[in-house]
Design a protein around this ligand. Structure first.
Ligand SMILES: [Zn+2]
Length: 461
């Protein structure tokens, strides 16, 4: 019996999206270059991406290679390419790339070395991951081979650092608004603001990520939060918004600013940063560590996404953050409500983020802060949306972050959460059944020869 036959048969991954819905992919060109020696570094990155595709193709859903011989050859070649790449980049990034090369070459254990990388004080300007990664835990329960190369966006990093420096002031303002006792962010996760250069293997699967939580997404579980950080890929976030959020919002939103008219170069980064910090908001009485067991992991995760979203939004419209991002509260509202549609469409029955969007929109509509017509179209105003988000934040604080037990959360989920039929269901149905032409994911390509492709003559009929 072969080694393979003795194990479970190789299988494909679980489906990620609702199976009944049509899915489409739009193609977007990636244009960013590595900061140093791009003419030599870029071909190496593309070579590593191709090798990583091959490596991922050899893996079963559990990450076992179907041919150990082929996988071993690929690992050796990738280690070699990583070492060559290290010669072309800044010393700090080079050190991490060499550490990862050592894992590939079999000279270091994955977990131990990944922890050593996570423990480093500095975050590399060129992030290169070439190894196992989890993308969506519902889809990849075991980490699968991935390749990600992303270069720090120094200008945006500087803006993010200023936003972070004003975090205490921002959450203080939110706490005051909500009259919450000693509201604060328990730990501000470091965030590396980058632009994706190339991705391959499982990391290039669908839907696309614009952020990784490191090293948890590298398959290292159970680390305390202060040993983690976020790798944010700003260009992917902007692309997703333009390709998916804008057409959904244009069809379904009627408000004082359109989804295509908001300056997302200024609004999206505070949006994600607010959400990121929102996960770690606590008040004097916060104590919900054991709730996941009683509420169930998925409902608990959904509530976590909901309060992260709502506190995050309130931070983005706080005066200290607005003065740094340079956008208006109306522009933040327009971004937030449009992104809510994007998330909700992924299926509130499946994941935390869509479940949270469904709950949020249901709350806003059922309490009269926005109006949803029979076709699922949403009419909103700046004043109504902001008042609604404050009311929702107060309700969520009472039911989750500041609650003595999980009973209020259960009531909130029963009232607004999936599968309760609220007005949000009409909007969800419109997206699933009528807006089927809007892509559900994006694919990336890199080429310097786009003109040739666009001039291609179709074959005569
Ligand atoms: Zn989240």
């Amino acid at each position: 019996m072969s080694q393979l036959a003795s194990r479970n048969q190789p299988q494909l991954l679980e489906p990620f999206w609702p199976l009944d819905d049509p899915h489409g992919v739009s193609h977007v060109r990636l244009e960013d270059e590595p900061p140093l020696n791009p003419e030599q570094a870029m071909p190496l990155l593309l070579q590593l991406a191709a090798q990583s595709e091959a490596m991922r193709s050899l893996q079963t859903r559990d990450g076992d290679p179907v041919s150990e011989r082929a996988a071993s050859v690929l690992r050796g070649e990738m280690a070699e390419a990583m070492r060559a790449l290290a010669e072309l980049v800044d010393p700090d990034s080079a050190e991490v790339i060499r550490m990862r090369a050592k894992i590939l070459a079999g000279g270091a254990e994955h977990e131990e070395m990944t922890l050593a990388i996570a423990a480093r004080e500095t975050i590399p300007a060129l992030e290169v991951v070439c190894g196992p990664m989890c993308t969506w835990r519902m889809k990849t329960r075991k980490p699968l081979h991935s390749f990600v190369a992303a270069a720090r966006d120094e200008r945006q990093q500087e803006i993010l650092d200023r936003i972070d420096a004003a975090l205490e002031e921002a959450i203080g303002e939110v706490g005051e608004e909500l009259e919450a006792d000693r509201m604060r962010v328990s730990f501000p996760l470091p965030m590396n603001v980058t632009n994706l250069l190339v991705s391959a293997g499982e990391a290039a699967g669908h839907p696309k990520h614009f952020a990784y939580f490191m090293p948890e997404d590298e398959g290292i579980d159970g680390l305390p939060i202060y040993e983690q950080r976020t790798l944010y890929m700003r260009n992917v976030h902007l692309i997703r918004y333009k390709e998916i959020t804008v057409p959904l919002g244009e069809a379904l939103l009627e408000g004082p600013i359109g989804p295509a008219d908001v300056p997302i170069e200024g609004t999206l980064m505070p949006w994600i940063r607010g959400h990121d910090h929102g996960h770690n908001v606590v008040v004097a009485t916060t104590d919900f560590e054991s709730w996941a067991d009683r509420l169930g992991i998925e409902p608990f995760a959904m509530l976590g996404e909901a309060f992260a979203d709502v506190y995050g939004f309130l931070m983005t419209v706080s005066s200290p953050w607005l003065s740094i991002s340079g956008v208006t509260p109306l522009e933040m509202c327009g971004t937030h409500i449009a992104e809510m549609l994007h998330y909700m469409r992924r299926g509130p029955q499946y994941h935390g983020d869509p479940g949270a969007a469904y709950l949020e929109l249901g709350f806003l509509a059922e309490n009269g802060y926005v109006e949803i017509d029979s076709e699922g179209r949403i009419r909103w105003s700046e004043d109504g949306f902001r008042r609604g988000m404050i009311a929702l934040a107060a309700t969520l604080t009472e039911a989750t972050v500041g609650a003595p037990d999980e009973r209020g959360s259960e009531r909130l989920i029963a009232r607004y959460g999936w599968p309760t039929e609220t007005a949000a269901k009409r909007t969800l149905d419109a997206m699933r059944h009528e807006l089927t032409n809007v892509p559900t994911s994006v694919a990336f390509y890199r080429t310097s020869d786009v003109a040739a492709a666009s001039e291609a003559v179709p074959l005569a009929a």
